[in-house]
Design a protein. Structure first.
Length: 321
C-alpha cells in the first residue's frame, strides 16, 4: 500500500471515530433528557395450603376476592384424600379460575417442600403471603400500601392477623398483653417482637403475614419440613432475626382464623370440632357455602375464634357468588 492510500485509510478511520463519538454524545444527552421511569410497585404472591377443606377454601378465596387488592399471583397447594374431595376441589377451581391449583401426589410428605419452593421461585412478586384454608379476610387490604410501609420502615413482616384488640391467644388459651407500639400511619402500627408474648412474639407464621421472599428463601430450602404445620414449627425455631426486630400490623386485624375442625394429625391443635371434613364435604356437594359477611369488621380478641358461620346457597360455579 502506498503512502497516499495509507493516509486516505487513516482519514476514513478518523472520520468514523469522530462520527461515532458525536453519535455517542448525542445518545448520552438524549438519555439524560428522558423522563425517569419509576420502578414498579412491589407486589405480593399468595400461597394457600389446603387439605380436605374445599368448603373453607372456597370461603377464603371468596373473601380474598372481596377484600384484597394488589395480589400478583395466587397459588393453592392442596391435598385431597380421595376422589370425592378432589371433585369438590375441582368445583373451587372452576369458580376461582385465575388461581393456580397444585394437587399433591401420593407421597405428600415428600412433595410438599419441592412444590412450595417451586411456587416461591416461580412467582414474580418480591413479597409473599402464606395462608391456611380456614382463614377469612374480614376487611379491605391494600397490599401496595402494605409493601410500601414495609419498604419505608424496613420491618420484618406485615401481620394481617394482629391488631390492638388481639389480647388473647386462642391456641394457648391465655391472655396476652398488647405490646408498646408506635403509630406509623393513621391505621398502621409498629412494635418490637421482644416486647410481645405469644402471638405478638411469633414472627414466623403461615397465617397471612407479608414477608420479603429474599428473607426466607434460604431457610425454606435448608429447613426440614413435610407439611404446613412442620414448616411453621421449623421456621419458628429458626428465629435468626439479626436484621429485623420489628413487625407491622393494622390497628384492627384484617383476617381471622375459624378452626372448625382438625384435618392434620401432626399436632393436636385446639379447635372447635364442630364439623368433620366429611360433613362439610356433604354440605358443599349440596351447593352450599359459608356466608362470611357476619365477620366483616368484627373485633375478635384472638387470632383464632370459635365462630359458627351460617350456610348459604352457592350460585352456579361459573358465576360469582
Amino acid at each position: 500500500m502506498c503512502v497516499n492510500e495509507k493516509l486516505l485509510t487513516l482519514s476514513i478511520v478518523c472520520i468514523y471515530c469522530i462520527t461515532a463519538a458525536i453519535s455517542y454524545h448525542n445518545t448520552l444527552r438524549n438519555a439524560r433528557s428522558l423522563p425517569t421511569i419509576e420502578p414498579s410497585l412491589p407486589t405480593v404472591d399468595l400461597i394457600i395450603f389446603s387439605f380436605d377443606r374445599p368448603m373453607q377454601l372456597y370461603a377464603l378465596c371468596e373473601s380474598i376476592e372481596h377484600h384484597m387488592q394488589g395480589l400478583e399471583n395466587t397459588t393453592v397447594i392442596y391435598r385431597a384424600s380421595d376422589e370425592a374431595f378432589d371433585s369438590a376441589y375441582n368445583q373451587v377451581k372452576q369458580r376461582f379460575a385465575s388461581t393456580d391449583f397444585i394437587r399433591q401426589g401420593s407421597q405428600p410428605s415428600k412433595d410438599f417442600k419441592p412444590l412450595l419452593i417451586s411456587s416461591l421461585r416461580s412467582g414474580r412478586a418480591p413479597y409473599v403471603c402464606f395462608a391456611v384454608d380456614d382463614m377469612v379476610v374480614k376487611q379491605d387490604i391494600d397490599l401496595i400500601e402494605v409493601t410500601q410501609m414495609l419498604e419505608q420502615t424496613h420491618a420484618y413482616g406485615f401481620f394481617l392477623r394482629l391488631g390492638t384488640h388481639i389480647s388473647s391467644c386462642y391456641m394457648l388459651n391465655q391472655k396476652q398483653p398488647i405490646p408498646l407500639y408506635t403509630q406509623v400511619s393513621d391505621n398502621i402500627l409498629a412494635w418490637s417482637f421482644k416486647d410481645g408474648i405469644h402471638d405478638w412474639n411469633y414472627a414466623h407464621t403461615v397465617d397471612m403475614t407479608i414477608y420479603r421472599k429474599k428473607d426466607l428463601i434460604l431457610d425454606f430450602i435448608t429447613m426440614d419440613y413435610t407439611n404446613p404445620n412442620t414448616l411453621e414449627a421449623s421456621w419458628a425455631r429458626n428465629m435468626r432475626l439479626t436484621k429485623y426486630t420489628t413487625g407491622l400490623c393494622y390497628s384492627t386485624s384484617a383476617v381471622v382464623n375459624i378452626p372448625m375442625n382438625l384435618v392434620q394429625e401432626v399436632y393436636s391443635n385446639r379447635s372447635m370440632h364442630s364439623w368433620t371434613a366429611e360433613q362439610l364435604l356433604e354440605k358443599f356437594n349440596e351447593g352450599l357455602k359459608f356466608d362470611t359477611k357476619p365477620l366483616n369488621g368484627i373485633l375478635n380478641e384472638s387470632c383464632h375464634i370459635a365462630y359458627t358461620l351460617p350456610f348459604v346457597q352457592r350460585k352456579p360455579s361459573l358465576q360469582h357468588s
